[in-house]
Design a protein around this ligand. Structure first.
Ligand code: EPU
Length: 343
């Protein structure tokens, strides 16, 4: 296997930030990974697993050995009365995988269309959109322990999924697997019979406009693509990492306190009694839409998304993010937590 030196990473992170990997290995198969881990020179080096690079902010050159996951392959696994199971290699593009499932007549992932990134990164983040999260469709995944080279399989409970969170985002000191595991394959379970997940305001608007009350999976897919294209920037054209902050959760008392001051705040009741606030609204209300630090800006159509206007550095993105956090905290007393990982 070729280990490349001084590799530009601009094309490998959706923010389009300029940085280099001191060394980078492309992992096309599990066998290649095992070879790398068995090599005494590579074995001792710190490693950084790179998927589609859609959820990272590069703050400088990466000194750890970058493992770029390029494991491909998509296949039908099994079918029962309750579900159909499909599998993809971690290096497959997520959206292309969603398109493939639909083309094969396997609906269930359409609400998560157009989410940037790879299949392997989907469980790390527990990606989600329009009422469906990865954990709702998750069967199991295979991964390799980067310290021992051992292969293991995790089910949903073992992945400890939370809102944009999983065991893969937590450091190994707290029994997490961040930096410790490389996901090789992911299996998803698509429930039978298929039922459209509607209910989101944007989807209901499409239903009203089109007069379609019982959309097919293909129809929902098309609507989701239209909705996302209308308000989210295409990373191929404008660098970004999707939502930059998580939607914060507060108690009903905290929410009532904010409503008393800002009656227009957007919020949703969660089943556990807590309340989720729309971070995009909080940032918007603080006047951030369109504002910049250097070449990093807040997107004009959705304040939750930070964009690279061209040539933004990781430092500029970080400064902008911190300024937003400070102003939201000063006005609402809410601490916003970033979604992407700073590398
Ligand atoms: N809003 C504003 N101003 C803004 C942005 C939003 O007032 O600048 C208001 C909107 O009017 C809306 C509310 O905030 O009433 C929520 O906005 P939106 O429907 O766009 O959803 P979101 O909460 O901002 C979340 C996910 C997205 C996902 C959408 C749809 C998070 C952090 N983000 O965004 O996920 O696509 O819901 O399900 O949970 C991602 O994680 O990268 C991502 C794009």
């Amino acid at each position: 296997m070729v280990i490349e030196k001084n590799v530009p990473l601009q094309a490998f992170n959706s923010f389009g930030i300029v940085a280099k990997a001191h060394c980078l290995a492309r992992i096309g198969s599990q066998a290649e990974l095992q070879m790398l881990l068995a090599d005494p020179e590579s074995a001792g080096q710190a490693k950084f697993v790179l998927g589609g690079g859609s959820n990272i902010v590069l703050t400088g050159d990466v000194k750890s050995m970058v493992l770029k996951v390029e494991i491909r392959g998509r296949r039908f696994v099994s079918e029962s009365d309750k579900a159909l199971v499909v599998e993809a290699g971690a290096g497959e593009n997520w959206h292309e995988f969603v398109c493939w499932t639909l083309s094969q007549g396997y609906p269930g992932l359409e609400n998560m269309a157009l989410i940037p990134g790879t299949v392997g990164a989907a469980p790390v983040q527990n990606i989600g959109a329009y009422g469906v999260e990865l954990q709702d469709r998750f069967e199991s995944l295979d991964a390799v322990d980067l310290q021992t080279g051992k292969e293991f399989t995790l089910n949903a409970a073992q992945c400890a999924f939370g809102y944009r969170d999983s065991i893969f985002k937590h450091q190994s000191t707290s029994l997490g697997l961040a930096g410790r595991a490389l996901i090789t394959r992911v299996r998803l379970s698509l429930p039978k019979p298929w039922k459209a997940v509607l209910g989101y305001a944007d989807i209901e608007k499409k239903m009203l406009e089109s007069g379609i009350a019982e959309p097919s999976a293909q129809q929902v897919f098309q609507w989701i693509c239209e909705i996302r294209r209308a308000k989210l920037p295409d990373p191929a054209l404008i660098g970004n990492a999707g939502s930059f902050f998580k939607n914060p959760t507060v108690t009903p008392e905290q929410c009532a306190d904010i409503i008393a001051r800002d009656p227009k705040i957007v919020y949703y009741h969660l089943v556990d009694g807590s309340i989720k606030l729309a971070a995009g609204w909080l940032i918007d209300a603080c006047g951030w839409k369109g504002k910049s630090v250097g070449n990093a800006s807040v997107y004009e159509k959705q304040a939750l998304v930070l964009v690279n206007r061209g040539g933004a550095t990781g430092g500029e993105v970080m400064t902008l993010a911190r300024s937003i956090q400070t102003s939201v905290y000063e006005r609402f007393g809410i601490r916003l937590e970033p979604e992407p990982v700073f590398v």
